[in-house]
Design a binder for this molecule. Structure first.
Ligand code: F6P
Length: 258
């Protein structure tokens, strides 16, 4: 029976990776909407993937925020070696999450657990154009932005569009526009409709989608039946080198319509 289950999961992973045309898919059993332990399992898989994929020399690992990423950070284990150094940075700045789940916090915790280093990017969400352009000229900010652009690994999550718009306290007008444009997914500050088309972009601070496309290791982590539509939409746009880490509930829901 156990063998059958293992093969079943294997097949599910292959079907999903083929459907999305991505390098790999890893599926954890259960439903993260109802079982918090599943997110811990995502963390273990991300940690394994990092240990295997990070190279000799200096790795720059860009991370996003959110509750999934904050939990994953707790599962990172020491990954420094005499030949390998790891620097964690937030992938984007200023997208209005609360402190404990901000990309800066996730990056700092991962670095502490990995025994590596981290850099912070402090660019607040609501800025006038003028302040924004001035800030981007600040040497310390310019510096960290240049480092972020050199990332060779990125770990990110995927969220439901309207849920994320509300969580980030976007304006009523912006939310109305997102509804009109039928946004269903959000990742990296971009909103996507069900066909995978970008319908909204947050201010460009940090990694852009064009940057992500060139990064050799891209790990996307999102699960739960409630995120199935969001995952499906985002994956239409995901770069081919992406590894998707998800759960059985999301995978089954996605493949139901296939
Ligand atoms: O705001 C950061 C972010 O990673 C978003 O890009 C993503 O949609 C969301 O958080 C995921 O949040 P959660 O893990 O809490 O569902």
């Amino acid at each position: 029976l156990l063998m059958d289950q293992l093969t079943g999961m294997d097949q599910l992973e292959k079907r999903l990776a083929t459907k999305f045309n991505i390098e790999r898919c890893l599926i954890v059993s259960g439903n993260s909407d109802e079982q918090p332990k599943v997110v811990g399992d995502f963390g273990e898989l991300v940690n394994d993937a990092l240990h295997r994929r990070l190279q000799e020399g200096t790795n720059i690992i860009a991370v996003m925020g959110g509750t999934t990423m904050a939990e994953i950070a707790k599962h990172v284990t020491p990954m420094e070696t005499p030949k390998r150094h790891n620097l964690f940075v937030p992938a984007r700045g200023g997208i209005g999450e609360s402190v404990s789940i901000q990309a800066n916090s996730v990056s700092a915790l991962m670095a502490a657990n990995a025994k590596g280093d981290h850099r912070v990017l402090y660019v607040p969400e609501q800025l006038s154009q003028e302040a924004y352009h001035t800030l981007l000229k600040e040497p310390s900010i310019k510096n960290v932005l240049a480092t972020i652009k050199e990332a060779n690994c990125v770990i990110h999550s995927i969220g439901r569009a309207l849920h994320m718009a509300v969580r980030r306290k976007m304006t009523e007008d912006e939310i109305v526009t997102l509804r009109q444009d039928r946004a269903v997914a959000e990742s990296f500050g971009y909103f996507f409709d069900a066909s995978g088309k970008i319908v909204y972009k947050a201010p460009p601070i940090g990694l852009s989608f064009e940057d992500v496309e060139k990064i050799p290791t891209v790990i996307a982590v999102a699960g739960g039946k409630s995120k199935a539509k969001a995952i499906l939409a985002y994956m239409k746009h995901a770069p081919e080198q992406t590894w998707l880490i998800t759960d059985e509930a999301a995978a089954n829901e996605i493949l139901k319509g296939a």
